[in-house]
Design a protein around this ligand. Structure first.
Ligand SMILES: Nc1ncnc2c1ncn2[C@@H]1O[C@H](COP(=O)(O)OP(=O)(O)OP(=O)(O)O)[C@@H](O)[C@H]1O
Ligand SMILES: [Mg+2]
Length: 253
């Protein structure tokens, strides 16, 4: 579903991503882990078209290396960000509908005169929001103001917004950051559900309990370079991964 070929990203002298080649298979949960500053978010930025890079990015067989951000979304890339963006004074439904934006076909003129096309697009966005809410199990709170919800729900809305464009692959950057153990367990179930609905998930996460539990495959980077790749079992038994990231030996349940 996603192929990265020799991706390198440089920031004035610093090599943040160093000749990274990897592949994320269709309908899997693939995690990207590594120490702080290893270059994980930068890899996502390269995939999304937010930083200049060397190498090629292929999405579902199509070379998207030179496409602008919105066209990558059109080709099936969905993304949530490390820092959550929630509109507190909007309802859950409205927050989700914002994610449909890149698919909306109307222009500002339509918005002003409220043409049929506008109402049709709005209706499609609304229907998609309901589908997404259904998938994430948050249908009953669609009318609630997002700001009044616990942090765990706000994270789900953030994930839901990235699902609005019906992505083939969803990039999640530390979705469990700041969640309680219970909230992160709920999120874990939702991510599995997303994959089981046919959407490939590419996950950056420091919560190793989550990573080891749900990943079909894991890639480990350090100083922008791949140091290990494989199943949870492979990765936790890798000496270099223990030294660079895990610190102590971890057992996979
Ligand atoms: N826009 C930028 N300009 C300059 N340097 C940057 C920029 N973005 C990231 N970096 C640097 O690139 C390196 C990789 O950063 P990145 O944010 O990708 O790490 P990360 O693996 O996501 O870390 P974390 O786990 O803390 O989120 C770091 O040294 C960071 O300071
Ligand atoms: Mg990061």
């Amino acid at each position: 579903m996603l192929k990265l070929e020799n991706i390198s990203v440089r920031f004035s002298g610093l090599v943040a991503v160093d000749n990274l080649t990897m592949e994320v298979k269709d309908k899997t949960i693939h995690s990207l882990i590594g120490p702080n500053g290893a270059g994980k978010t930068t890899v996502f930025n390269a995939i999304s078209g937010l930083v200049k890079h060397d190498g090629r990015v292929l999405l579902d067989g199509k070379d998207i290396t030179h496409l602008p951000v919105h066209k990558r979304v059109y080709h099936g890339l969905g993304r949530s960000f490390q820092n959550i963006i929630i509109f507190k004074y909007m309802t859950v439904l409205q927050n989700l509908m914002i994610g449909y934006h890149s698919k909306l076909q109307y222009n500002h003129f339509d918005e002003i005169v409220y043409t049929n096309r506008f109402t049709l697009e709005e209706r499609k966005a609304r229907l998609r929001a309901i589908e997404v809410a259904d998938l994430l199990g948050i249908k009953t709170i669609l009318g609630v103001y997002a700001g009044t919800l616990p942090y765990g729900f706000q994270k789900l809305i953030d994930v839901g917004r990235a699902l609005m464009t019906e992505p083939k692959i969803l990039l999640l950057d530390e979705p469990a950051a700041g969640l309680t153990e219970k909230e992160s367990d709920i999120l874990k179930e939702k991510i599995i559900r997303i994959r089981d609905n046919g959407i490939t998930v590419f996950l950056i996460e420091h919560d190793m309990r989550m990573v080891l539990d749900i990943s079909d495959r894991i890639t480990v980077i350090n100083f922008g370079k791949k140091i290990a790749e494989g199943t949870a079992q492979d990765v936790v038994n890798n000496e270099e991964v223990i030294k660079a990231y895990l610190g102590t030996a971890v057992t996979v349940q």
